[in-house]
Design a protein around this ligand. Structure first.
Ligand code: ACO
Length: 429
């Protein structure tokens, strides 16, 4: 067996041998296929990168058919159960689990960098009273590049490390301040006696009490949610981080681009739609009618189906369990019963089974966030905080990858050519 592809160009009758490595051919090799020396080489047309690998990566593995998700080779189920968000962040960024000393240093470094420059606060306060927190987070992250101009030295490993620490540390501070801003409440400074996730909850909800004490079960549930969102290989926002980062801009600007991508409803916003859907269904009795509507193509069962997972999204299973833990503290949400019943019916229904439609990560996450009393606008901010180490691990991989180049896709030009320009004075005469 030869690891190559033989391509016959029926326009010319010529055959080409294209090497196959790691299950892929190089698009540039197809560029050698041309009808004559003057014509452009063959290119690949792939809007949405449906079947184009943009990089080699060792960060995250997904097998969508089997419902497998692994960070650096470790199954997500084990990490969610036995690790913490900061340890998982270390794993993603460094590629391996920390020793006790490395972990202590990592947690110390991140805790040490949770504060932001006072002018960042002034900057955040400049937003309109009803500014969307995701827009504030995106702008705040981009603005950090002006506070750390050294960040542009991306070829220096120490400089890179410092920005990674700063960004993981400061994202909850910016996210919490964006939340408080919309409520007209004073911003709360970080409390470095608290753990990463406890401190985030304190910055969100602390009022006049001396010390904010969050329920441990809520802290754990939110930490697990951060772990579940920490990376998902080459999704839209990670691709944005890599694409912008390929210009060798500083990582704050690259991550701000990722936040912009996540802001969009096709990426970070489906859990909000799930809540709206559950509210509209209202009672369990209305579920059969709703399902009939879905099967007739009137609407979609939100929180079901995934481009990659053709099996139960492993994150959905873990979130379902986390939801139970949260409701133990906050009291149950009546929408949960509808969600459970919907899931039960859909998983037995031929329409969903034959199309391999299973609950995705968003089916239960909105319910949990609502139990925490987050408004829907905050859902993507939580996603962004969790995704930050993943974006940074991918960015680090990009800047160290000798095969990477500035991201610059080709196009198939469909417009006019060689028109003759008539000046405006003549055209409008
Ligand atoms: N409800 C009903 N039918 C569905 C659903 C759904 N949620 N999802 C897919 N289908 C059907 C489609 O109608 C199609 O049926 P057909 O073959 O009879 O035409 C078939 O299943 C295949 O669907 P596609 O749209 O081709 O699948 P694609 O991979 O393009 O879409 C997507 C994936 C966008 C996630 C889709 O399943 C969907 O819209 N789900 C609901 C929204 C949602 O939950 N999004 C969150 C995704 S997770 C995340 O982004 C973090």
């Amino acid at each position: 067996m030869t690891d190559s592809l033989t391509v016959r160009d029926n326009r010319t009758g010529q055959e080409y041998d294209v090497p196959i490595a790691d299950g892929a051919i190089k698009a540039a090799d197809l560029g050698k296929i041309r009808t004559d020396d003057d014509s452009p080489g063959l290119s690949i047309y792939d809007p949405g990168f449906v079947n184009t690998a943009s990089c080699r990566s060792s960060v995250t593995y997904i097998d969508g058919e089997k419902g497998i998700l692994e960070y650096r080779g470790y199954p997500i189920e084990q990490l969610a159960e036995k690790s913490s968000f900061l340890e998982v962040s270390y794993l993603l960024v460094h590629g391996e689990l920390p020793t006790a000393d490395q972990h202590q240093q990592w947690v110390h470094d991140i805790t040490f960098h949770t504060f932001v420059h006072e002018n960042v606060k002034t900057f955040m306060q400049g937003f309109r009273y009803d500014a969307h927190p995701m827009g504030m987070l995106m702008a705040g992250t981009g603005a950090l590049s002006t506070f750390y101009p050294d960040a542009r030295n991306i070829s220096d490993p120490d400089v890179r490390y410092l920005q990674i620490i700063r960004m993981i540390a400061k994202m909850p501070t910016l996210g919490a301040w964006a939340f408080r801003h919309a409520q007209g409440k004073p911003y709360v400074y970080p409390d470095n006696d608290l753990s990463y996730t406890e401190n985030f909850l304190a910055m969100l909800f602390k009022m006049s009490e001396q010390k904010y004490n969050a329920d441990e079960r809520l802290v754990k549930a939110l930490d697990v949610l951060f772990i579940l969102h920490a990376d998902h290989e080459q999704n839209c926002s990670t691709n944005a981080v890599r694409s912008v980062g390929s210009s060798q801009v500083d990582p704050y600007s690259a991550v701000a681009a990722g936040i912009g991508a996540l802001y969009g409803p096709l990426h970070g916003g489906a859990n909000e739609s799930v809540l709206r859907m559950l509210r509209r269904i209202g009672t369990k009795e209305n579920i059969p009618d709703f399902i009939t509507g879905v099967k007739n193509g009137d609407e979609r069962l939100m929180g079901f189906g995934h481009r990659v997972y053709k099996n139960y999204d492993p994150r959905a299973r873990i979130i379902k369990k986390a939801a139970e833990d949260v409701f133990e503290v906050t009291g149950t949400n009546p929408l949960l019963d509808i969600a459970l019943e919907l899931e039960k019916i859909a998983l037995e229904d031929e329409y969903f089974v034959s199309r391999k439609l299973y609950p995705n990560v968003d089916f239960y996450s909105g319910l949990i966030y609502e139990a925490f009393q987050f408004p829907p606008e905050m859902f993507t901010v939580l996603f962004a905080i969790g995704r930050t180490p993943g974006w940074l691990a991918q960015w680090l991989e990009l800047v160290q990858d000798k095969e990477q180049k500035i991201a610059r896709p080709k196009q198939l030009y469909m417009g006019d050519r060689e028109l003759t320009f008539t000046p405006a004075s003549e055209r409008w005469a």
